[in-house]
Design a protein around this ligand. Structure first.
Ligand SMILES: Nc1ncnc2c1ncn2[C@@H]1O[C@H](COP(=O)(O)OP(=O)(O)OP(=O)(O)O)[C@@H](O)[C@H]1O
Length: 123
């Protein structure tokens, strides 16, 4: 078995893993695009360090879960290419984890941005 010989090699392999998810998972592209938009809005509304930190944590959770979801899908496809009820429920649960984090992120985003939008419109 090949092992990474140094930190740089580990970093390059990890980065290739992220690029693989980006190229192969439509939802990951969407999450990246949406995250970039949210970060632009964060700059526009001059969020506090605490608010920005909360946004960054939510982005990290959603992107990480999307990567883990892709890992689980790939392992399942590697184990069995045919239709299988157990694989269906495993893949559905992995997607469900992404959905939960995305849904909570939207609520967090609304809690942070809506009051600022209301103040801006009131000025
Ligand atoms: N081998 C299988 N057996 C049974 N159901 C499957 C199988 N492969 C996929 N499915 C079903 O199809 C759905 C989509 O699976 P797929 O591997 O195509 O992921 P995807 O299209 O990238 O989905 P996601 O949007 O969750 O990332 C799964 O959630 C599951 O319900």
């Amino acid at each position: 078995m090949k092992k990474n010989s140094n930190f740089l090699e580990s970093f390059v392999c990890a980065f290739k893993g992220i690029v693989y998810v980006f190229k192969n998972e439509r939802n990951f592209k969407f999450h990246i695009l949406f995250s970039a938009l949210v970060l632009l809005c964060s700059l526009f509304f001059k969020l506090s360090y605490i608010e920005l930190s909360v946004i960054l944590i939510m982005i990290a959770i959603v992107l990480t879960l999307e990567i883990i979801n892709t890992i689980i899908e790939n392992i399942m496809d590697f184990l069995c290419k045919d239709y299988n009820v157990n694989i269906k429920i495993i893949k559905d649960m992995a997607s469900g984890a992404v959905l939960v984090s995305a849904f909570i992120s939207i609520i967090v985003g609304l809690l942070i941005f809506v009051p600022k939008i209301i103040i801006m419109l009131g000025d």
